[in-house]
Design a protein around this ligand. Structure first.
Ligand code: BGC
Length: 773
């Protein structure tokens, strides 16, 4: 897909020409969201360009339809039902007509065009001067926002100024329910297999300014009310109309050159996933009436305030590299736009910007995205964990289906908690999801010491999921604890024995579960008794977890002196990279899975990811050797890969590689380097950028609950600054040539190490500087 080059600005992306060739991609990049509603960047007037150059989508995080998965050859225990995020009614539509001509950028002449997505105001502003085929000129400025304060609300201010035209002008506000999802075709990463409409109308309501569509999904049984409220800046009489599932209000007015008119439109979505169906209509009306009474400017100011607070806690500054600075802010902003924060929703692989991966939540959340929120906005991190607790009953159910008589197995991909992976070798087989979730709880506890969460939810999740390891693992003849027939993070290698990452993470998980049991038994015995009773925990289980952990088989190749990705990986033939043409990447679109599985070739970081997550278990030499080996066989076909390679490269002293891999991650969507951003942004890679700065260049690690830094400065940068929430404190880390300054911004004290030296920031000494080589 062709793309624009945006000027390198720190706080926005700006497009200065309208182009059908990049349109599909721009719809993603200029998408707005608030963790619930997602509006792709399509213009209010719609789009009449060639097929395949647009997807005018609107999404609601966690709102889904379900459908049976059709397997030509069924087998016991395969995931039965898919859930997919729906394209819901388009409520942002505004048509403009000048006499008999319709405002459409693909007709007439675009005299000037600018579209800006501003990360500090949260506004998407488009200013266009356009002349119709018959020579009528207007200036249109639209400002759009999706409220961070109220997850159900968005607003648009649509200003029209006649430049030379005297005559009748029509403004039409549309609420269009006749929408459908995109079809996936052959690319498994694109979307759902469903075609045709998925929502059916059961009712509608309309007045001069208000429209509402009441629809239901067929299978998941949800009711959805999509509604709009409007205000016009000049007196005019509305003409309402309904065509099928499309409701409109139209206003006719006479304009003359120089005159302006503004249509302000408020939109809302309420579904029975959140509320009783009977409440949806009054809630919609109430929200829209309140928004209208406040007016666009008040909503805009609230949005700005919310973002000011966010940036105050989360801003990462990179001086001396405008491209990276822009990529960084763009990624942080999109993460905030994508993340569910109600405890019932999570963050999908593509956020709410597109249908790629069907709105599913993966391990991407815990291993890639969670750290960004944990250290920047910990209250959101907690909500992500609450979502997993809500999914525990389904994870228990899934464990039973998978023949585990106890414990819980989280789904590889899901919306509402059911396993939705239709291809089990790269889906259900990734049992590491359980350890990934436990790892995020461990990191959360180390950073927050939120004992209330541990007792209420965390302990139960960690212990229930730990049981799966003793369920699937077994001791071999040498007495080693082995985990067979699983898939690790690298999806180019499937169904193997003793995947290093899985085993090492399971070891961490089992030990963590046992220490939670021991800690609660000693410190909160009645809470422990309650949890143990709820999960029918045998008194001997924690000891069993410890034993399995201590005897865990962690494959190591003594000849190569590297950790083996699994028992068979190193005996396979190395992929013939030299004779693989560039256009054959990603391999998954050009080779049968078996062909790939037979070779030493990785889609993404696997052992190398373990080097980061379990950092203290490896020497620097180990890390360097593992990095060298696996780098040579990794394609980075997954967008989850380059950030991890960047971090380990920085740690082992490969500064140029660290920078190059970081660059790939930081602008992955802005530069569309994976060629599929039109289907949605890559939220894991976006958060990987944050990790690249904190874990990579600044060497941040939390080991045994203690915070460490070992900063470096890429030679391309003048300085960089980021912030970290840790144990009720907020600190700023500012790195410049040879020197780093640590500053306490909030809280009373913070202890950490700098290159091994202990430092304490206190109220009386809130700032300390150190040098580094
Ligand atoms: C990666 C997975 C990831 C998924 C969703 C796949 O391409 O291999 O690790 O969870 O995308 O982002």
């Amino acid at each position: 897909m062709q793309q624009h080059t945006y000027p390198l600005e720190a706080w926005c992306i700006r497009e200065t020409s309208f182009d059908t060739a990049s349109h599909f991609l721009d719809e993603t990049l200029f998408a707005l969201g608030n963790g619930y509603i997602g509006l792709r960047g399509t213009g209010e007037e719609g789009y009449s360009g060639p097929a395949g150059t647009s997807l005018d989508g609107t999404y609601l995080n966690g709102f889904y339809e379900s459908e049976p998965i059709q397997y030509p050859e069924a087998a016991y225990g395969l995931a039965k039902v898919n859930q997919f995020m729906l394209n819901v009614p388009n409520a942002k539509g505004i048509e403009l007509r000048l006499g008999d001509e319709r405002f459409d950028l693909l007709t007439g002449t675009v005299q000037s065009y600018e579209r800006v997505l501003d990360f500090r105001t949260g506004l998407l502003t488009r200013t266009v001067e356009w002349t119709s085929p018959q020579g009528r000129s207007v200036r249109v400025r639209s400002r759009r926002m999706v409220s961070f304060e109220n997850k159900h609300l968005f607003a648009i201010a649509f200003d029209v100024t006649s430049l030379n035209y005297d005559g009748p002008l029509w403004l039409v506000s549309a609420l269009d329910g006749a929408v459908k999802n995109q079809e996936a075709g052959d690319d498994p990463r694109v979307g759902s297999a469903i075609s045709g409409p998925t929502l059916h109308m059961i009712d509608s309501e309309q007045s001069d300014s208000f429209s509402a569509l009441v629809q239901k999904t067929h299978n998941s049984g949800f009711t959805l009310i999509s509604a709009t409220e409007t205000a016009l800046s000049v007196p005019a009489t509305a003409v309402t109309a309904q065509q099928g599932q499309r409701l409109t209000q139209a206003w006719e007015m006479q304009v003359s050159a120089g005159q302006s008119v503004t249509l302000t439109k408020y939109g809302s979505y309420f579904s029975s996933r959140d509320y009783d169906a009977k409440e949806l209509m009054w809630r919609s009306k109430d929200t829209l009436a309140t928004a209208k009474a406040a007016g666009f400017d008040e909503l805009r100011l609230a949005q700005e305030q919310y973002l000011a607070d966010f940036w105050q806690q989360a801003d990462v500054q990179i001086a001396g590299d405008d491209a990276l600075q822009q990529g960084m802010h763009f990624n942080q902003f999109h993460l905030l736009q994508s993340v569910g924060r109600d405890g019932r929703t999570n963050i999908s692989a593509k956020g709410v910007t597109g249908e790629g991966y069907e709105g599913h939540y993966f391990w991407d959340t815990e291993i890639y995205i969670f750290p960004f929120f944990l250290y920047s906005k910990p209250e959101i991190a907690r909500k992500l964990l609450e979502y997993r607790y809500a999914g525990l009953p389904k994870a228990r159910e899934r464990a039973r289906q998978m023949s585990h008589d106890k414990g819980a197995l989280y789904p590889w991909r899901t919306i509402a908690g059911d396993e939705c992976s239709a291809y089990f070798p790269a889906g259900t087989a990734q049992y590491h999801i359980n350890a990934d979730i436990a790892y995020s709880i461990k990191t959360y506890m180390e950073a927050t010491d939120d004992q209330e969460y541990l007792v209420k939810a965390g302990a139960e999740i960690v212990m229930e999921t730990a049981r799966i390891w003793t369920g699937i693992g077994s001791y071999d003849r040498e007495g080693r604890f082995c985990i067979n027939q699983v898939t690790g993070p690298d999806e180019y290698t499937a169904l193997v024995n003793n995947n290093y990452y899985t085993n090492a993470m399971a070891q961490m998980h089992l030990n963590f579960a046992a220490s939670i049991a021991e800690q609660l038994q000693a410190q909160a015995p009645s809470e422990f008794a309650r949890i143990a009773a709820a999960m029918a925990l045998d008194a001997g289980e924690p000891a069993e977890w410890r034993r399995a952990a201590s005897l865990m088989n962690l494959p190591y190749d003594t000849a190569l002196q590297i950790h083996a990705q699994d028992d068979s990986f190193l005996s396979k033939k190395v992929w013939d990279f030299a004779n693989t043409p560039k256009e054959n990447y990603p391999l998954l679109l050009n080779y049968h899975p078996m062909v790939i599985y037979r070779h030493q070739v990785c889609k993404q970081a696997d052992v190398v990811l373990a080097l980061l997550l379990l950092s203290d278990q490896f020497t620097l030499e180990d890390k360097r050797r593992d990095f060298d080996y696996y780098e040579a066989v990794t394609t980075h076909d997954s967008s989850l890969s380059s950030c991890i390679f960047s971090i380990i490269a920085a740690e082992v002293g490969y500064q140029d590689k660290a920078y190059d891999y970081f660059m790939e991650t930081a602008r992955l969507d802005l530069d569309d380097t994976h060629g599929n951003t039109h289907y949605g942004v890559h939220t894991a890679a976006m958060a990987g950028t944050w990790m690249g700065v904190a874990y990579g260049f600044a060497g941040m690690r939390v080991i045994g609950g203690a915070l460490h830094f070992a900063p470096t400065l890429p030679k391309q940068w003048q300085h960089y600054t980021f912030k970290v929430h840790f144990r009720s404190a907020l600190m700023e880390v500012h790195v410049e040539p040879g020197r780093v300054e640590y500053r306490l911004l909030q809280g009373e004290a913070l202890n950490f190490t700098h290159g091994g030296e202990a430092i304490a920031l206190t109220l009386s000494q809130p700032k300390q500087s150190r040098s580094f080589a």
